[in-house]
Design a protein around this ligand. Structure first.
Ligand SMILES: C[S@@+](CC[C@H](N)C(=O)[O-])C[C@H]1O[C@@H](n2cnc3c(N)ncnc32)[C@H](O)[C@@H]1O
Length: 725
């Protein structure tokens, strides 16, 4: 609850409306195209006309005018939200529940499971630096499985949740009728981004495809239509990229930067174009008066984006860039419902206007997708069966041969006979990625170190054709129940479920050909499913999570046998977009384990990982990692890195053991005598800083710092471009 999608942004407009109202910016560049090809941004423009703050609207005066016209409301953002909430409650409650991953049921188990907490606590204490740790996992809200939809949708149909509540002729789980209010999924036909190879192979099919645009999807035309749609989305995406690069270039030419460090003053006139940045006093007054009005916030955000994109020309004299940034971040936080800390953290990841697109995309649910279980059926057979039941679906894209995107359904997609028979898994498209990257082979010995509820485990079992063995581990015993249930339902016979803290590997067991570490994380990539992330994450959570992830990744590396004849790989993934949980962890692993190297993920799309970020420089090979974003790829925010583990030279091994000193001895593993202790020296300043903050928050006396604060400076323009390449 408390999501802007619910309170401020109307349901995405149906196709036709959306076509009539593309964003101002895009209108100039693109002809109105087949609505089926519209990506998330285009839809958004039409869907939230007058409300959306997407890139186009950020620049379009037209929209600014509309927002101005709507300024008559006298309520604050919060009051306004509350009112809208009441109005919409009946219609949308179920919808939001679903979008949030419907996770309430799946998550209740998590609370019950104490094993993780106990184990984690003891392990933290066992580590080198537990004095510096001011909390443990008890205090952490780790994202555990919001990228998996299986548990949620098992208990309720996708479309049914979105239909009029008075359609009670078809109670769940019986099929619901398609008449009446359209589901959001119907209104939101955006495709998940395909690969460029899709585009090139499909051009000849496109015209034909247009002809049967309105006809039913059949097995015969399904692939073809999908390819054509994919191709158009690719074109859109390329245009978006061009636009973004042009915007960045403009900024460069104008001396604009994204690092926020060079806090120069603007040259423009204060009040130019009817907008003037509030002073500190005005902001204070606004706060006292109960916060800004919703339309005023919208307008101010647009104006700030516009100014920041061309600061030298548009920034008011005497006002600094950081004042605009600070105003914008504060408005983003109140408008989208984030705490200030997280709003700023996420804002810093992108160039200004792209940041708004990211926040906007978090308000829109991602497409519903399913993964064919090839142990039980073939995708074309599954698609046919579901089409016969009234499900409107298409293959996700060329990059997966098992995924289907569900657009609408007259039956509960989580309770069809095919679902119950294990023919498919309800699974976010992003969740396919780490398994594709790991590429497990038949006959191998594989470890899924943090596996519940088993979306990726069962995918791996299928790729291995039920041969070899997958050890599916999860520290949370309660969660292994749903994991076991999925393993059974999908007919995986090569899976062994176990429950250890991942940091106990390879002591428990080692010598794996491949390891997947789909790490516990903050979930900043799945905010559209779990809006609680917006407010429940603090600086300290990220410090603790990053620390845990670094410990886990070293254990995962040491669990891989470099002697593997077929493998020797580790894939590290998270459903988070923060650098601390991704590139920083990967870079740490590279430094601590010289016997591993990053290799290409084999994924055909995704942005390269940051090699430098806010003053921190990572190994250049970190560019081989891949980032996925809701606003770019129309899938959950995700991160994937693939490592090849090689033999350690005796010298290196000795050196490492010496460097790790006594700590290595504490938890020495079984595999090849390799040490796998976590060396947390480099985290110590961060942990200490976190402790300071926590003490301050409690009103305790804090001694002055002995060393400088471990903060990272803002990103340079080069970094921003690099990240968006
Ligand atoms: C992102 S979820 C995994 C989702 C899973 N890979 C899938 O595809 O269904 C992260 C999981 O890590 C588990 N976890 C948290 N801390 C852990 C630890 N120290 N060792 C092992 N598992 C842990 C959580 O219980 C949670 O199930």
């Amino acid at each position: 609850m408390g999501r802007r999608a619910k309170h401020k942004q109307g349901a995405p407009a149906p196709y036709v409306d959306a076509a009539d109202k593309p964003s101002a910016k895009k209108l100039g560049k693109r002809k109105a195209e087949d609505e089926g090809t519209r990506n998330v941004k285009k839809m958004k423009a039409g869907a939230s006309e007058g409300k959306s703050l997407s890139k186009g609207s950020g620049k379009g005066k037209e929209n600014a005018g509309k927002a101005k016209g709507g300024e008559k409301g006298s309520q604050s953002v919060k009051t306004k939200r509350k009112e809208v909430e009441e109005e919409e409650e009946e219609d949308e409650d179920e919808d939001v529940e679903m979008a949030a991953g419907g996770s309430s049921e799946g998550w209740e188990d998590v609370e019950e499971g104490v094993s993780l907490k106990v184990a984690a606590k003891s392990l933290f204490h066992g580590s080198d630096d537990d004095e510096g740790v001011v909390g443990d996992l008890d205090d952490l809200e780790i994202d555990e499985d919001v990228d998996e939809l299986d548990d949620d949708l098992l208990r309720g149909p996708v479309q049914e949740l979105e239909f009029d509540s008075d359609e009670d002729e078809d109670p769940a789980p019986a099929p619901v009728r398609l008449k009446g209010k359209k589901s959001k999924q119907q209104e939101r036909p955006a495709k998940i981004i395909p690969t460029l190879s899709d585009a090139s192979s499909s051009s000849s099919d496109e015209e034909e495809d247009d002809e049967d645009e309105d006809g039913p999807i059949t097995m015969a035309n399904m692939e073809k239509r999908s390819r054509a749609i994919d191709a158009k989305v690719v074109r859109d995406t390329e245009l978006d990229l061009e636009e973004m690069q042009a915007a960045v270039k403009d900024g460069e030419e104008d001396g604009d930067d994204f690092d926020g460090e060079e806090d120069e003053e603007g040259e423009g006139e204060e009040g130019e174009g009817g907008f003037s940045l509030p002073t500190a006093e005005e902001r204070e007054e606004e706060k006292k008066a109960g916060g800004p009005q919703v339309h005023a916030v919208q307008r101010r955000m647009r104006e700030c984006v516009r100014v920041l994109e061309n600061f030298r020309k548009l920034g008011a004299k005497g006002r600094s860039r950081s004042e605009y940034v600070s105003q914008l971040v504060s408005d983003i936080a109140s408008y989208y419902g984030y705490n200030d800390f997280l709003a700023e953290k996420l804002f810093q990841l992108f160039p200004v206007s792209e940041a708004i697109e990211f926040f906007e995309a978090n308000e829109i649910p991602r497409p519903v997708t399913i993964r064919t279980n090839t142990l039980r059926t073939r995708r074309r057979d599954l698609a046919q069966s579901l089409i016969n039941r009234g499900v409107n679906l298409e293959p996700i894209g060329k990059w997966t041969n098992v995924g289907l995107q569900v657009f609408e359904s007259s039956v509960p997609i989580g309770a069809t006979p095919e679902y119950l028979a294990g023919h498919y898994m309800l699974q976010a498209a992003s969740s396919f990625l780490p398994v594709i990257a790991l590429h497990p082979q038949p006959g191998e010995r594989v470890l899924d170190m943090a596996s519940a509820p088993g979306g990726k485990t069962t995918h791996m079992a299928a790729l291995m054709e039920n041969t070899g063995v997958v050890f599916a581990n999860d520290a949370n015993k309660a969660r292994t129940k749903s994991l076991t249930a999925n393993v059974h339902r999908l007919g995986c016979k090569n899976v062994v479920v176990c429950s250890y803290d991942g940091r106990e590997f390879p002591k428990v067991m080692g010598g794996f050909d491949r390891v997947l570490l789909d790490a516990p994380c903050s979930g900043t990539g799945v905010i559209s499913k779990d809006a609680s992330v917006k407010t429940n994450k603090s600086d300290r959570d990220f410090t603790l999570l990053s620390h845990l992830q670094k410990q886990l990744i070293l254990c995962a590396i040491d669990s891989v046998t470099p002697d593997s004849k077929t493998g020797g790989y580790l894939v590290y993934s998270t459903c988070s977009v923060t650098v601390d949980e991704n590139e920083a962890v990967v870079d740490y692993a590279l430094r601590k384990r010289p016997n591993v190297k990053l290799v290409d993920t084999g994924l055909e799309f995704g942005r390269p990982g940051y090699t430098s970020y806010r003053g921190k420089t990572f190994d250049p090979k970190v560019a081989l990692t891949r980032r996925f974003y809701p606003h770019v790829h129309n899938m959950d925010g995700f991160f994937v890195a693939k490592f090849k583990v090689e033999k350690r030279s005796k010298q290196l091994q000795k050196k490492d053991e010496e460097a790790e000193g006594g700590v290595a001895g504490e938890v020495e593993g079984e595999v090849g005598g390799t040490s796998f202790a976590f060396d947390s020296d480099e985290d110590r300043p961060y942990l200490q800083e976190s402790k300071r903050k926590s003490m301050k928050a409690k009103g305790l006396h804090v001694r002055p710092r002995t060393q400088s604060k471990p903060t990272l400076p803002a990103p340079s323009i080069a970094t921003a471009v690099e990240a968006s390449a």
